[in-house]
Write a protein that binds this ligand. Sequence first.
Ligand SMILES: [Zn+2]
Ligand SMILES: [Zn+2]
Length: 272
Amino acid sequence: MQRKDGHIHSPYCPHGSSDNMEKYVQEAIHQGFEAITFTEHAPLPEGFTDPVPDKDSAMAKDDLSRYFKTLEMLKKAYQDHITIHSGLELDFIEGFEHEIQTFIDAHGHQLDELILSVHFLKLPDGSFICLDFDEASFAAGIEATGSLQSLYRLYYQTVLQSVKNNLHFPCPVSIGHISLVHKFQSHFQRTFSDEDQIRDVLFAIKEKGFRLDVNGAGLVKPLCKETYPPPFAISLAQEKDIPLVYGSDAHSASGIGQGYATIKPLLEGKKG
Ligand SMILES: [Zn+2]
Ligand SMILES: [Zn+2]
């Protein structure tokens, strides 16, 4: 199994660190990774207003060409040491499918791979929340949908929509952190199971031929302490032969490889 970190941010992320991309590359080499993919948050679609207070959820459109240029430069400079892939983490946002496709059509030729993720949920009143921003925005989501269980339902419905969409991609696609709704789970405790909903998402991923982002960021989030998705879902994905891609979701060079020690045995099919 190739040692790969397939979910990495960069200084172009306005809510991440200012560590330059070379620093990430050097850290990945230091940790023995054979391949990495930079997956910066793609610019949000035209007409969508970022619901977080600082409007810093994604990279600026004007930075895209510099981002890709830096990637090309690094690919060459480090080709004898590590394989570097160009990617983006693209938001699926309900109602913006057309704008998302326009973006993919414009930039797809620069991408080796893509992560499609859900961070934004459309509430019944038509407004959006960023689900994983903080506990207050999560609480607002519960309030607006009526209950924790309704918020979960809305989340998984949106993830399913993102998988079953009719978007066309020019490169391999992983579906990002499909249990992100667990981020604050020890604070907002479930009295219900969402395993069937996670299974439904995996069935859809299999049907569409997508890959699964096996994300270590949740393990280091104090209120989550769990992989995205949870271990049972990683095993199920393996049984179904869904390609699994480990991702640290690092927002600083030191975040490279986070959770890998826990996730690696799961990817190898051993009990972790
Ligand atoms: Zn981020
Ligand atoms: Zn994400």
